[in-house]
Design a protein. Structure first.
Length: 516
């Protein structure tokens, strides 16, 4: 492992305000103990720094590329760089910039620092209550777990670091822990965090932009699903769904209905009722520039990423009645490419003839980690995998119909009938398809496909879906992605050079041209 020493503190949640003086840097390498960590506001400042690090371009770069680029939603757009092109070509080497995990361990180190010092502050600040301490520890335990969940899904086995970097005499060469060891640590941490976390904050922006009990539960449900513990995944999905349902007023529905412009509220306006946890971006303090470069913005609607003709014009994924097809991308071809509208856009309007007008946003989009339909479809997937009886499959179909019918308002009757999806395999494919339709471009698809391949024990079905976006070199891509180990990233060459305890991921030990 490289050594990471970051002593950077920002004022109380300044990233959620329009304050211009939001970043304070202490002298490099100076561990602040004598004049810091004295009161609750010091702890709050470093908790805020954990979130602030996640807003950085390097972090968002990885979140988007790791979760989407290798899947079937994305093809090269206008001006895709050579590094991203190599990933699209399944030609990933250990010198590729996207194999770097630096920013994730930076966030982890900040979280570890809070966990190390916050209890000491509690001991000297009489106004810092146990409940307040626990709430802040819940936030950083969850953010740390989120970072590790990305790392194990991307690299599989990674170093598990639970203590902060405090001085120059610490040992920084740390071997990888197995995925299972890390998962058990994350589950233990998150169960503790659920008990400590805030249910809500004083403002909606804080409630959606900071860790709450439901954010902890969503991450737990996702980790349990990844780990094939389907009953536990359903348990935590139900906690979120029941909590959301308990807040409904008379005549309100769990999901925002189609005639209320749900996707404007979710992505355009931001921090919707369906949101569980989303990173807060704004032109006044931090622009989500990676969304703009990858997916486009008001000035440059065509981003580095595009989507395939198969998705933009075909009906295999989106039926003609599905409004998400028009909401997610502008299917007017430009130089053989299709603009992704989901994040660049604010609102789509449609005239009586069915022609769409696309209104682009003038502020910076948030990045949603978890929202309600994601949780509902996680539950559906878990029900299908349990398959204890026919009712599990029927319940999964009912969930799919809830999200599907919202986006197909012109269908008067339920067209997703149980007779068409009565086997476990058929229902599994349907849930996976609905997750693709609903969560497209949200950094979920590659991990959904990888989860499928892990269950199958092979890459056959993953390849069937991914290869549809390639018009050339399908045979080459297939040969490179036939090994499940090839679905993970290699360990970056610089990390292996400075830390001899690290082992290269198995596929790249024999397929890499890098010499150490």
């Amino acid at each position: 492992m490289k050594r990471y020493k970051y002593i950077v503190f920002i004022p109380l949640l300044a990233w959620l305000t329009s304050c211009s003086d939001w970043l304070t840097l202490e002298p490099a390498g100076k561990v602040i103990e004598s004049d810091f960590w004295k009161q609750e506001s010091d702890v709050e400042s470093v908790v805020a720094t954990c979130y602030r690090e996640m807003l950085e371009d390097e972090f968002m770069n990885k979140v988007i590329v790791w979760g989407e680029l290798r899947a079937d939603n994305i093809i090269a757009g206008d001006g895709l760089g050579p590094v991203e092109s190599k990933i699209l070509e399944a030609n990933i080497q250990p010198d590729n910039a996207y194999t770097s995990w630096n920013k994730f361990y930076s966030v982890i180190n900040y979280c570890n620092t809070v966990l190390h010092y916050a209890p000491r502050v509690k001991a000297i600040d009489p106004d810092f209550t146990t409940a307040e301490l626990n709430a802040k520890q819940a936030e950083v335990l969850t953010l740390r777990a989120l970072c590790y969940f990305y790392l194990i899904r991307t690299f599989k086995d990674v170093p598990l670091i639970l203590e902060p970097t405090l001085d120059d005499i610490q040992e920084y060469k740390v071997a990888q822990s197995t995925e299972q060891v890390i998962i058990q640590q994350l589950i233990s941490d998150l169960i503790k965090a659920e008990g400590w976390a805030m249910k809500a904050y004083s403002t909606e922006k804080y409630t959606k932009g900071r860790i709450t009990k439901n954010a902890v539960r969503a991450l737990l449900a996702d980790i349990y699903l990844w780990n094939n513990d389907y009953s536990s995944s359903i348990q935590y999905c139900n906690k979120i769904i029941d909590d959301k349902a308990s807040l409904l007023k008379e005549n309100e529905t769990l999901l925002i209905q189609n005639d209320n412009d749900p996707y404007y509220l979710i992505f355009g306006k931001k921090n919707s009722d369906e949101s569980i946890f989303e990173l807060q971006f704004d032109y006044s303090y931090k622009v989500n520039s990676k969304i703009g470069s990858f997916y486009g913005d008001i000035l440059t609607p065509s981003g580095d990423f595009s989507t395939s003709t198969f998705l933009a014009t075909g009906t295999t994924v989106f039926p003609v009645t599905d409004t998400r097809k028009k909401d997610w991308f502008n299917n007017t071809e430009t130089k053989g490419l299709y603009q992704i509208f989901k994040y660049a856009g604010l609102l789509r309007t449609e005239n009586i003839a069915g022609m769409s007008t696309y209104i682009y946003r003038t502020d910076s989009p948030n990045w949603i980690f978890y929202r309600l339909t994601d949780v509902m479809l996680m539950k559906a997937e878990a029900l299908v995998q349990l398959n204890r009886n026919e009712q599990d499959l029927r319940s999964a179909l009912n969930i799919v119909n809830t999200t599907y019918k919202r986006s197909n308002p012109t269908i008067l009757n339920d067209t997703l009938m149980f007779a068409s999806y009565s086997t476990q395999r058929q229902m599994e494919e349907l849930v996976l398809l609905e997750r693709q339709r609903e969560l497209m471009f949200e950094g979920k698809r590659w991990f959904d496909l990888l989860r499928l391949a892990r269950r199958d024990g092979n890459t056959t079905r993953l390849l069937e879906k991914v290869l549809r976006k390639y018009t050339i070199d399908q045979t080459t891509i297939k040969s490179k992605m036939s090994d499940i180990n090839a679905l993970y990233m290699p360990i970056n060459e610089d990390e292996i050079k400075v830390n001899p305890l690290l082992k290269q991921n198995p596929f790249y030990e024999t397929n890499s041209t890098i010499t150490y």
